[in-house]
Design a protein around this ligand. Structure first.
Ligand code: NAP
Length: 241
């Protein structure tokens, strides 16, 4: 799947949170080539700054996006959240229960679960009450409990499973506000970014971020309101929770 599909490239404003990451930057670049009237990238180093460790930055960024919408008479039609954490300060994903560490668990939940939850709080109310609107939260297949055959990566798996539950819950509330709304969790596949780099084994298919971004935008563009609340991958396959 390539290009930005017509279905999603309708007029309105699109916003990408985590625009400084490998996948987020690719999503932003592709959306900027599409036909949204305005495309905004938000992140820790963007003009519209968001740091999940500081809720006031999330609230301020949402207010700034709302102001852009008002000034330009646009509605927020697409929100993509492409943030995530797997390794780095303060630790690495666990191979065994012996490696479970409170500092790592706290951080992986802060970035993968609490941050997106606060994004829901501050950004989902900006979505219009009528007409199609889409919120996509990048999750991970390893967050699927039903699909867990390998074990390991306790914190990352659990934080993404919790994110999937938040997405499902928010999708129900969002549908009550707007029956045309869509809110989903996304699995991008294994993508060549800083997040996957230490774990890319020889022979493992790691795709360029731009390919993953194109696929995710095509999937988002083809979703219908009946799909809301699902975990869907870059091939448009629904995954079990
Ligand atoms: N790469 C893969 O193979 C793979 C596979 C499955 C799922 N995923 C998921 O795909 C998503 C994107 O990951 P990626 O591969 O693009 O990794 P990445 O290049 O490491 O990007 C990480 C993203 O997380 C954001 N982030 C980290 N700490 C943050 C904080 N304190 N506050 C706000 N944002 C913070 C970064 O935001 P800034 O813009 O501020 O830098 C960046 O956008 C993640 O949800 C990841 O779990 C990736």
């Amino acid at each position: 799947m390539t290009g930005t599909p017509a279905a999603i490239a309708s007029a309105g404003l699109a916003a990408v949170i985590g625009a400084g990451g490998g996948l987020g930057a690719a999503l932003l670049a592709r959306l900027q080539q599409g036909s949204y009237a305005r495309v905004l990238g938000l992140g820790r180093h963007a003009e519209l700054r968001i740091d999940y460790l500081d809720e006031s930055s999330i609230a301020a960024a949402a207010q700034a996006v709302a102001a852009v919408c008002r000034q330009a008479s646009l509605e927020l039609r697409l929100l993509v959240v492409a943030t995530g954490f797997l390794h780095g300060e303060p630790g690495q994903p666990e191979r065994s229960w012996a490696n479970l560490d409170a500092a790592y668990l706290t951080h992986v939940f802060a970035i993968n679960t609490l941050g997106p939850a606060l994004v829901m709080k501050h950004f989902l109310p900006l979505l219009p009450r009528q007409g199609r609107c889409v919120a996509g939260f990048v999750s991970a297949r390893v967050g699927s409990i039903g699909d867990n055959a390998l074990g390991g990566w306790y914190g990352y798996r659990a934080s993404k499973a919790a994110l999937n539950q938040l997405v499902k819950t928010a999708s129900i509330e969002l549908t009550r506000r707007n029956r045309q709304s869509i809110c989903v969790a996304l699995h991008p596949g294994t993508v060549d970014t800083a997040l996957s780099q230490p774990f890319a084994k020889t022979g493992l298919k790691v795709r360029p971020a731009q390919d993953a971004a194109d696929d995710l935008l095509a999937v988002l563009g083809g979703l219908v309101p009946a799909d809301t609340g699902c975990l869907v991958d870059y091939r448009n396959q629904k995954l079990p929770f």
